[in-house]
Design a protein around this ligand. Structure first.
Ligand code: THU
Length: 139
């Protein structure tokens, strides 16, 4: 498969997951439009709500390195069925790659592929925030 390299990176970085609380390790690898790969694992906190998903960490790495366009992202976890991205991650993936392919996988090698636009129909985008500036109310 053309995404084998991405899956291999996601599987590799998953080993570095810091998930002592959930014990659920996730690896993600994003490919930018210029062909670079950014991989990351989930990073948890003893203050549980601060935990960062692997996908969002990978997107943050890409943006930090100057990449604003993602074409593909792979996600790997030890799940029965290929692991899908959570809702928050879908939003951020869509933001940087509205046409991105999402490759979901588990450790047994089951793979499922979808477009992010199909995983997040009716996505909120910055377009919705564009409106005329409010005029001062007339006295
Ligand atoms: N997790 C991810 O890394 N990606 C997802 O899309 C779903 C959940 C992580 C967050 C947390 O560290 C652990 O999996 C359990 O929710």
């Amino acid at each position: 498969m053309p995404c084998d390299d991405l899956l291999a990176e996601a599987r590799k970085v998953r080993e570095r997951a810091y998930a002592p609380f959930s014990r659920f390790r996730v690896g993600a690898a994003a490919r930018s439009a210029d062909g670079r790969i950014f991989s990351a694992c989930n990073v948890e906190s003893s203050s549980y709500g601060l935990s960062i998903c692997a996908e969002r960490a990978a997107v943050a790495k890409a943006v930090s390195e100057g990449c604003r366009k993602l074409v593909e992202i792979a996600i790997v976890a030890d799940t029965e069925r290929p692991c899908p991205p959570c809702g928050a991650c879908r939003q951020l993936i869509y933001e940087l790659g509205p046409d991105a392919r999402v490759v979901m996988a588990n450790l047994q090698g089951d793979v499922k592929v979808a477009q992010i636009a199909d995983l997040l129909p009716g996505a909120f985008t910055a377009e919705y925030m564009r409106r005329e500036p409010e005029r001062d109310e007339e006295a």
